[in-house]
Design a protein. Sequence first.
Length: 755
Amino acid sequence: MPLPQNLSGIFDQKQKSYKMLLMLSMLDEMGETPREISLSRVVEHFKNYLIEREHKQLIVDEPPVSIGKSWQQASTSQILTVLNNPINALGNIIYVDKSRDRIRFRTEVEKQVSSSTLVSLRKEANRELENYYDKIQTPNVSIKILFDQLMNHYLSAKAQPFSGHPLGNLVRHTFPDEIKKLPFITDRYKVQGSVGQGNWANIPWLAIMDKSITETTQQGEYIVYLFSEDMQSVYLTFNQGVTIPLKQGKREGYELLKHRVQELRDLLPFDLMTKDDQINLTSSGIGSDYQVSTVAYIRYDRDNLPDDEILKSDLRNLIKDYTFYVKHKMKKLEGQEDMDQHSLNQEFNIMPVEWLSRIKAFIEESGFYFPSGLIENFYLSLKTKPFMILAGISGTGKTKLVELFAEAVGATEENGRFTLIPVRPDWSDPTDLLGYRDLTGVFKPGKLTRVFWEASQLSQKDKPYFVCLDEMNLARVEHYFSDILSVMETRRWKVGEIITDALLEEDEIRVLIEKQDANCMDSEGEGGDDPSVLQIPENVYIIGTVNMDETTQPFSKKVLDRAQTIEFNEIDLNHFPKVEVKSLNEPERDLNNLVVPNSFLKSNYLLLKDVYLGNEALVERTTKRLMEVNKILEAVHSNVGFRVRDTICFYMVNNERFELLPEDEAFDLQLLQKILPRLQGSHASIKRALLQLMAFAIDQRLNLEEFMEDASPLYLGFQQGQQVAPSARFPQSARKIAFMLRRLEEDGFTSFWIA
């Protein structure tokens, strides 16, 4: 029987055998009924598949270097690491809870899975596995070498007879055959190359077409390598057929192609690709048509071609965009309702595991160390909302964390995408950040306004910008930051982009435009459709650092509701940087040219309706916990509203989607970051609330009246330097509550903000 739509094609994109083997391991454990099963047993099955193939001397994926030469040497934790990528790739199909050692189909998938479906899925996994092994049994010819051969000899070949020339065979047969051997190029694709028909073409090409929407380059959308007329470069492009549109006439055809280009750029992310009209193939002829029809591209120069792994990785990423586009188009052709922009954002969201691994490696290589899980929490907090507060005692590395994270994704002071703004104690209004009018009435833009303006330019909109407000609470935040907070709350969707209300008036924006003109920058409305409006761009992330001592100002609930508050005070002074001798030949990391797309950090959800469908169980489970907490907070008038509820749900869904932290650990962090910062005071009611929250955090019943007299048995167990309460359900929150209770009993006053 055919597979349900959400299971169809799940193996189309693959780098190794892992996705198929993971699914077969799950199915072996499940038997004939879809159910929750042991993750450890699935891991063991997965390992045994690989070991058995090794023993039979069959072809098998080589183990990672960390494992060694044989899968027999792999530990359970190493296999789990190997499985991170396939688990993430199948994230819409399966759910893994590592803390409970469980794996299952997602609820909405399980409803469509019967015994016969499991049989069909097993057949599909085995078939794809056989196809994969068949492809990798024959060594591939290097794509880079094929590029070299064509680009180095094509111009001289054009002076020779066309018929029967070896380069024609290379492009028409050898090149397509080698592309078809790639694991992610399945039978659904037609691969075709051309050097012309009867005569040499000025622009040879190699196209990859999904046969469900087109089998000709004359129409439809496809992937195509285009070689420039001078053979100095080759472009990997997402393109559209020009022959049919141009039958209407060149001017009308070009208008149609340009309109379609913009539609596709709005629809698809094309991460790490260039989306402009600067592709340079030729000055005339059909090459000009290709330039107009190109939606996105990556340029490779003949004298600096990347290695095969990069070439294959770029093609694989573009195939992912193409695959989703084809599904989108087929739904429209079948008359089904089009997917909304939120669904597109979720479908295309970058799986962050690999990027976070690189970020952590970069921070470590820079000689810095941060507690385990902090980078994942930092990322999830930014993904939830682009405003964060880092709290802690002086010297713990709060500002450095922001700078290093920004630098790791390519945002530096040198390229203008990282800005440090020290907050002054005398700030009492937004003028120091946004700007002011001088005595002559001329607007003088502030530092933050300049960042917003630069980040909103079309050439920069897919690059993340970071602003660090250093020692943010030296002045009262709700005084100098209130305008920005208010506008931030107007975030809404518009054609896949997050927009806000206007932040500055028209004549104030004109000053920025004039300054841009004076600096010889492009001033033709690059800031958006209406250059008289400056909003808070979706690619700007504001992080405030806070020293928790008696010299600083407290935060109002208005500020706390709108921010994620990360506290880290526990520093391991016995941790020393790794010192490695760098090879003189090792290239320097060019951070100015590093492009981590904004979609890596951009919020997926603005309203609960954006996230509820497909995540009902997690949202309702999280909300039930918050309702229990809210009953405690009501007595001290600190209960939370829909804004906080939604923010916590966004955090939890992002965490589950990317499998970064166990669910209880993620909720623990949200309890610590969104709930506890609201509590302060000296009244008995505050103490009672803290005791009730402690009972909730450690999941035990407490004699409240006994501890109202003396709570020391609860907090004395948290010795200096102890990171967590190991037996607690929410240990990080329990530890903070213990410190707050101790403050209250010893000093008569307590607050989250006093260390």
